[in-house]
Design a protein around this ligand. Structure first.
Ligand code: C5P
Length: 319
């Protein structure tokens, strides 16, 4: 039997997806990344990432979206586990299982969320006891959105998105998300298209808008809706023109605001209440275009341990 003194046989972490309430894209840097001013907002669509001790490193995904997630070394959760092991000289392979609900290649940082969750899960499994701040540098090396998913909530991101400052807000925002059933957009391709559309235009240093930060502090939904902004939206629409119809459908049905999430193609509609979210999701489903329509709220917490995946017992190999 496992006792309290023994390390856990496995750990499950719940992690949210994010939308960007504002995404101001500044100049392209020498390293190929763009300087950003963004307001991240974690929403209640969650993946669950489970790590268990194993003879070999592996990753697999369950759920309807599983076929679109890699199960090799390119998987960001597996890379996260490797990176943490290397940093802390841990030689204990893990088998990772991702229960996927966050849209894949949808502009909601689903892969980054799984990486953040894998860091938190492995930290707990290996008994490293690292504070979140110590996970941030490993997280930032994995991807620009990974640090935010360690914290969740609402936060201003700067640099390439990895430098964070929390945003004061109270209460909840209600959202309806439209996600593509089957196709995603590559983040790198959307940034490249944004550069192409800009051409030679001068790009200034990005700043978050004071109006949005004030609207969040007072939780004035209509004002938040009016401030939603995404500099990648035009590029996402250029690569996926059908999104214009999705946004149009939401506006016709009545919303406080509409914005493409990150690099898309997920579209986030802000509404005034959970009742309005229900009305809108029914309306969108009837009106089309076809997609996965989900109601959600934000802000929510970042990656959190929610428990062991399986009861510990004598048949399990415990370190
Ligand atoms: O950091 P991450 O791996 O998620 O970024 C994926 C791609 O998105 C990068 O390779 C880059 O092309 C683009 N990107 C960017 N500027 C940022 C963040 C991402 O150009 N601030």
């Amino acid at each position: 039997m496992t006792t309290a003194a023994q390390p856990p046989a496995g750990v499950t972490v719940r992690v949210p997806g994010k939308i960007n309430l504002e995404l101001v894209v500044g100049p392209r840097r020498d390293d190929g990344y763009h300087e950003l001013a963004t307001v991240f907002h974690a929403v209640s669509i969650h993946d669950h990432v489970t790590v268990v001790r194993a003879e070999e490193w592996s990753v697999r995904t369950t759920g309807d979206l599983a076929a679109r997630v890699p199960d090799d070394e390119s998987n960001l959760a597996l890379r996260a586990a490797h990176a943490l092991a290397e940093r802390h000289a841990v030689e204990e392979p893990v088998a990772i299982t991702i229960d996927k609900q966050i849209p894949v290649a949808g502009g909601m940082a689903g892969g980054s969320a799984d990486a953040a969750a894998a860091l938190v899960a492995c930290d707990a499994l290996w008994g490293l006891g690292l504070p979140r701040e110590d996970l941030v540098s490993v997280a930032a090396a994995l991807g620009s959105d990974v640090p935010f998913l360690l914290y969740g909530g609402t936060a201003v991101g700067s640099g390439r998105g990895e430098r964070l400052a929390p945003v004061l807000s109270r209460g909840e925002l209600h959202w309806v998300l439209w996600a593509s059933h089957d196709s995603g957009l590559s983040t790198a391709a959307v940034y490249a298209e944004a550069d192409r559309l800009r051409g030679e235009a001068t790009v200034t240093e990005p700043e978050p808008s004071d109006d949005l930060l004030v609207a969040l502090r007072t939780m004035d939904t209509a004002a938040v809706g009016a401030c939603l902004r995404n500099d990648l939206q035009q590029a996402a629409l250029s690569l996926a023109p059908e999104l214009a119809d999705v946004i149009e459908a939401g506006r016709e049905l009545g919303v406080e605001g509409a914005v493409v999430s990150g690099s898309g193609p997920t579209v986030a509609f802000l509404v005034a209440s959970s009742a309005a979210a229900l009305d809108l999701s029914v309306g969108l489903a009837a009106r089309g275009p076809e997609g996965d329509i989900r109601r959600t709220v934000g802000p929510v917490m970042g990656a959190q341990v929610v428990g062991p995946p399986v009861p510990s017992g004598p048949t399990l190999h415990i370190g």
